[in-house]
Unconditional design. Structure first.
Length: 132
């Protein structure tokens, strides 16, 4: 009986973590030590640290947004950061912020709409990653 209770408590804990978004921290924990590959979804914003330069991430972001046929709004870039605003066909705003962490490490933050859209944010990130 104790074994069944322990198993039930463990499963409930895992389900709670998956529903709260904390699983991304746990799943990316090994990569977090290396500094790349960590993906978090916090308060409507998808955040990922990638092992590429800012310039590489910027080119991939622009290409992905174009290939996904979003309407590009404003773009800004300097040596340390970049920002791209685009719009979906139903006029939801997509904001992508890139931040240089090191020469070969860039933080990518994606927010769709006011409150976020995790699935679309993940799709955009995957499309960006396919292009570097």
């Amino acid at each position: 009986m104790r074994h069944k209770n322990w198993l039930l408590i463990t499963m409930l804990g895992i389900i709670s973590l998956l529903n709260s978004g904390c699983a991304a921290v746990l799943l990316g924990g090994g990569a977090a030590a290396a500094g790349a590959g960590t993906i978090l979804y916090i308060k409507g914003e998808l955040q990922s640290t990638e092992g590429v330069s800012l310039d590489t991430a910027w080119m991939a972001t622009q290409t992905a947004i174009k290939d996904m046929e979003f309407i590009t709004g404003t773009t800004e870039k300097d040596a340390f950061s970049a920002k791209l605003i685009a719009y979906t066909s139903d006029n939801r705003k997509i904001q992508i912020n890139l931040k240089r962490k090191t020469d070969k490490l860039t933080e990518i933050a994606i927010r769709v709409g006011t409150f976020g859209d995790e699935s679309l944010s993940l799709l955009i990130l995957e499309n960006i990653k396919e292009r570097y």
